[in-house]
Design a protein around this ligand. Structure first.
Ligand code: LLP
Length: 414
């Protein structure tokens, strides 16, 4: 997180001391850096500068309106997976003509809403979905733009991080089945075939599976063209990893060069669906140490954030760096940093060396992606507030939930 730095021992994001935010807005608190968000977007734009392209931010990574609005103003399109995400993109001023709709289970209502909005493309994942979309578009007197999400079946043994692009995954259609499906799509009256899509997995650290997938998709595009099915865009999905701990994520410029070489002389527009790599290292979760609990085998630091705020450690045993907001000159002790939720799985970090006292603040880094967007109300905990820092300006972009807002939709039975 490169907009994070220490000034007189105090951790700052851009020009704002994190301790000040905790005092003003309480904890747990998500804090994002505008500069980091914009820099991450610009890195994609620069890497792809030589290739006609559209960057469709994967809304699921962080769907807060202010963040969507910021990307919309930078010119981004959006990759959505639900009617809820479409509503958010529209509310944030996103251009529906730059929206692609992914996902294996699009409902009738979601298809209608997306057709009404006039999105760029439906990334279709099955023959049944194709038929349903054709029927709905016909009912509405519209033509639905479609792509198939193909599953390139990239070898899992050599690339263990890949989790969605394999034959056995629920996602996409097999590359071998794609030509017949494209023929079917071209024959249906209320559809217009516009592109092709693939997404092979997330937090990819190695570029080679992405390149392999791109090669397989491009070969298929050429086969289709030979049959007279010409596509306008090729969407290679998201998946570029970020540094959480000691990973060396792919170099975007190198990826851009690989893509430029492959797209040189081609007429199709390149599209990508990055999520994590645009927001992950632009955000942190600020939390306060409630109790220190020394033990025979382990010491626990019990903090006021929990698995409901940041689910990734509990769900994936994911690593998030944890740093003390104010430096102390005492020797550090080894702690498991845990939340107050009644589950053993409620940990945020295991065996971390920290010099802390009760009441101190900790920052959980790299929490901008799949943090707030996966937060829940488990244990009746209101979801955290969110702050966007812009140099020395502090913007509250989402209020902390209240008990009243949590109970608002509930009814007693008499
Ligand atoms: N496109 C599609 C169709 C996707 O399914 C995803 C992520 C993306 C794009 C964006 O991938 P990214 O660039 O963020 O890697 N909750 C997990 C990650 C799940 C990713 C799901 N799909 C986590 O916290 O690591």
């Amino acid at each position: 997180m490169n907009t994070l730095h220490r000034l007189d021992g105090q951790l700052h994001l851009e020009d704002v001391a994190l301790s000040r935010l905790a005092e003003q807005f309480d904890t747990p608190l998500y804090v994002y850096s505008r500069q980091a968000l914009e820099t991450a977007y610009q890195a994609y734009a620069d890497a792809l500068a030589d290739t006609p392209h559209l960057i469709c931010y994967a809304v699921k990574a962080n769907s807060s309106l202010a963040i969507l609005n910021l990307f919309a103003r930078l010119g981004a399109g959006f990759d959505i997976v639900s009617g809820g995400e479409l509503a958010r993109v529209l509310a944030a001023g996103g251009n529906p003509a730059k929206v692609v709709f992914s996902g294996v289970g699009k409902t009738v209502q979601e298809m209608r809403a997306a057709l009404e909005a006039g999105i760029l493309c439906f990334n279709v994942e099955s023959a049944s979905e194709l038929q349903r979309l054709n029927r709905i578009a016909g009912d509405m007197g519209k033509t639905a733009p479609v792509s198939f999400r193909v599953n390139p079946d990239v070898d899992p043994k050599t690339h263990p991080y890949i989790s969605t692009g394999l034959k056995e995954n629920k996602f996409g259609v097999a590359i071998a089945d794609a030509p017949a499906l494209y023929r079917l799509a071209a024959s249906l009256p209320h559809l217009q075939v516009t592109g092709i899509d693939c997404h092979i997995g997330s937090q990819l650290i190695d570029l080679s599976p992405l390149s392999d997938a791109a090669d397989r998709v491009l070969a298929l595009v050429d086969t289709l063209a030979a049959e007279g099915i010409a596509l306008h865009h090729i969407d290679l999905g998201g998946g570029i990893g970020i540094r959480y701990h000691d990973e060396t994520p792919p170099d975007l410029a190198a990826y851009g060069r690989e893509l430029a070489a492959r797209f040189k002389g081609r007429s199709e527009k390149l599209m990508l669906e990055p999520g994590r790599s645009l927001v992950g290292n632009a955000g942190l979760l600020l939390t306060r140490v409630e109790y220190l609990k020394p033990g025979e085998d382990k010491n626990f630091a019990i903090v006021d954030a929990a698995m409901n705020d940041l689910m990734r450690p509990a769900l994936y045993e994911a690593y998030h760096e944890i740093v003390a907001v104010d430096q102390r000159n005492a020797p550090s002790l080894r702690y498991d940093v845990v939340g107050p939720i009644c589950e053993t799985g409620d940990f945020l970090g295991v065996a971390r060396d920290l010099s802390i006292e009760e009441g101190d603040l900790l920052a959980l880094l790299s929490a901008g992606a799949y943090g707030m967007s996966m937060a829940s109300n488990y244990n009746s905990r209101p979801r955290a507030a969110e702050i966007l820092i812009d140099k020395n300006e502090i913007h509250l972009i989402r209020e902390r939930e209240t008990q009243a807002s949590l109970m608002a939709g509930e009814r007693l039975v008499y």
